[in-house]
Design a protein. Structure first.
Length: 354
């Protein structure tokens, strides 16, 4: 029993799940009906849990792509800027059309934004895999320049869009479930299927563990790096479209601001190491839920806005410390040591008779 408990404590998902349960419990104490889910007059699911799933969808979408990048021993700091670029491109095309409410126009705008996001991701992959620039520096370039590109597209203005098909992406419902949540679940399931039911996930992990050994074994690390950075950028573009649609406006300065940090935190909380190698999409899902529930808890409990970031940092730091290698090693030593065995009692030797 003791070993089972220690083994559970050392599991990489134990502390994130424990924190999620604690946050939900705090919210239930503050608001007794917090977990209640109802159906409104329009047949849509309604409740605080639904809000968490809908508002946390962009973070989860980006975190899925970030998981693949981090698994290859990289990182992508440009995802927030890609969100802003995608929203700016889509809104510019829709506003430039004589019929903004035409579904065809919205489709063209969305596809164009995603195509540009793909180009941006390929650019990051080129800098990292071909030129050999460190991922944090290569993506920091676009993190800085991306906001400027979005500002150029919007000409420094906040573009407000009144288009029902475009609004549907961020605030619409499918079978009573928010569209953003459906999109996030579909992306998570598709990526999990492609990486866990094929050899792709194993190849990504091998590149993250030892790039040189993978190359000598015949793994095309350069192509994999292009792929993961391109996928991450496209997913960031989707998240940016959802954020822009939910706001019904393209704001180059604020769309996706600091979302790259939330995505990285979600990946790390989920148990994926920044050193690359093995990763967990399930852990990323739990981490994204923890981040969004943490934000919701701040408003539910009534923490002052000036202390929001401090509270968030304290909680995340506590989880990371509990997941640290030192803590895991200590629990592993306790598990292998087991209960202390009783000391043997010395028996006297029989007397020798002559």
């Amino acid at each position: 029993m003791r070993n089972t408990l220690i083994q559970a404590l050392s599991h990489r998902l134990f502390w994130p799940l424990a924190l999620l349960v604690i946050l939900l419990t705090v919210n239930v104490i503050a608001v007794p009906g917090f977990l209640a889910i109802t159906i409104n007059n329009e047949g849509h699911l309604f409740g605080s849990v639904i809000d968490i799933l809908r508002n946390g969808a962009p973070t989860l979408i980006i975190a899925v792509g970030m998981t693949l990048v981090i698994a290859t021993r990289g990182i992508d700091l440009s995802v927030g800027s890609v969100c802003a670029i995608a929203g700016a491109v889509a809104c510019s095309i829709i506003l430039g059309s004589p019929n903004p409410g035409d579904p065809g126009v919205v489709t063209v705008a969305v596809l164009t934004a995603l195509a540009l996001s793909l180009v941006v991701g390929l650019w990051n992959g080129f800098l990292v895999s071909v030129l050999g620039i460190q991922p944090i520096i290569a993506t920091l370039i676009l993190m800085t320049a991306g906001r400027g590109i979005a500002m150029l597209i919007t000409e420094g203005q906040i573009l407000t869009v009144d288009s029902a098909p475009f609004k549907f992406l961020g605030s619409g419902f499918l079978a009573g479930v928010p569209v953003a949540t459906v999109v996030a679940a579909a992306i998570l399931g598709l990526v999990a299927l492609l990486t866990r039911r094929t050899a792709l996930g194993l190849l990504i992990e091998s590149v993250g563990i030892n790039p040189e050994a993978s190359r000598q074994a015949g793994v095309r690390a350069r192509g994999l790096l292009f792929t993961v950075y391109a996928v991450c950028a496209v997913l960031a573009g989707i998240a940016g479209l959802i954020l822009t649609s939910n706001q019904t406006a393209a704001d180059a300065n604020n769309t996706g601001l600091f979302i790259e940090l939330d995505a990285i935190l979600a990946v790390v909380i989920g148990g994926t190491a920044l050193s690359g190698g093995r990763y967990s999409l399930t852990g990323t899902l739990v981490g994204a839920l923890v981040i969004q529930t943490l934000v919701t808890t701040v408003y539910t409990v009534g923490i002052p806005p000036i202390a929001t970031m401090v509270f968030k940092a304290a909680v995340v730091t506590a989880v990371c410390l509990l997941q640290s290698p030192t803590t895991s090693a200590a629990l592993a030593r306790r598990r292998t040591a087991g209960p202390a065995s009783p000391r043997p009692v010395a028996t006297p030797e029989p007397a020798v008779t002559r």
